[in-house]
Design a protein around this ligand. Structure first.
Ligand code: SF4
Length: 271
């Protein structure tokens, strides 16, 4: 089944789990009440366009075609234009200092940096946007998602890569505890790679003034997986009981697209 088919059934995703952990009220507004967000953050739209372009590059590569930098830049320009000037245009909020043109330039510069500085084809590419679905004990719905890249090195180790477009370099310690990568390892084991060694990797196109490209490798132990299972079980229990705790100390509050609903929620009198 592909990802859109998997999404038709009840499920948890990495983003729903993360959103619930970061702020239960944000999860409720976006996924339970299905409120229309007040805006779309420019960084999210930008990140998803870069993600799509890299997916197209690697899909072409998997099929035996290597896109030139010029083709990539033109693709980015077209997709960025479509995303910003399409139906949702009024809904995008640009952060201070950003606009359509500055992010267009940033996107092309980022892709150029990535294209010129990534270390060639070290591994054999097996799959692009590989869908996955697996269950954990005590949670009646599957955890679903897609892995950006699945590769294999000459010794048979599986390398799973996720693309990111952070504003600054990541701290190594954050990479080593990142729960998205832990879930990818669990997904890989449940979807055909249980007998392999697994390495996990972020490929980061970093949006500093002078763009940078950096790769971060990490691994996960069985204990990391066990801790993640317990976390997912607690997340499910909270969701099923309708417990949606606001985290108004979250870094997400600054750019939250449900601020009005959140303020109204806080103004409600306790019953
Ligand atoms: S403003 Fe903060 S506390 Fe309120 S929903 Fe958004 S992230 Fe949660």
């Amino acid at each position: 089944m592909n990802l859109s088919e998997l999404r038709k059934e009840a499920h948890l995703s990495i983003s729903s789990i993360s959103t619930y952990i970061d702020c239960g009220l944000l999860y409720r507004f976006s996924r339970v009440d299905c409120l229309i967000p007040e805006f779309k953050a420019d960084v999210l739209v930008f990140g998803s366009v870069i993600h799509r372009i890299l997916e197209m590059y690697y899909q072409g590569f998997l099929e035996g075609y290597k896109m030139s930098l010029l083709e990539l830049s033109e693709l980015f320009q077209n997709h960025w234009c479509e995303s910003v000037n399409g139906n949702d245009r009024a809904n995008i909020r640009f952060t201070k200092g950003n606009d359509y043109h500055s992010l267009l330039e940033m996107g092309i510069n980022l892709l150029t940096t990535w294209y010129d500085s990534r270390p060639g084809e070290l591994y054999r590419l097996i799959a692009v946007e590989e869908p996955f679905s697996f269950t954990v004990p005590g949670v009646p719905v599957p955890i679903i998602g897609g892995m950006d890249l699945v590769e294999e090195d000459p010794s048979g180790t599986i390398i799973i890569t996720d693309h990111k477009t952070p504003a600054k370099a990541m701290a190594e310690k954050d990479v080593h505890i990142n729960q998205q990568l832990t879930i990818y390892q669990m997904a890989a084991k449940a979807n055909g790679y249980a007998s392999r060694e697994i390495m996990l990797k972020f490929d980061c196109l970093i949006k500093t003034k002078t763009p940078k490209f950096q790769q971060y490798y990490t691994t996960r132990s069985e204990n990391d997986e066990q801790r993640m299972i317990r976390k997912i079980q607690s997340v499910w229990e909270g969701m099923a009981k309708g417990v949606f705790v606001p985290n108004d100390l979250s870094w997400k509050c600054n750019n939250c697209s449900y601020k009005t609903a959140c303020n109204e929620w806080f103004m409600q009198e306790a019953a």
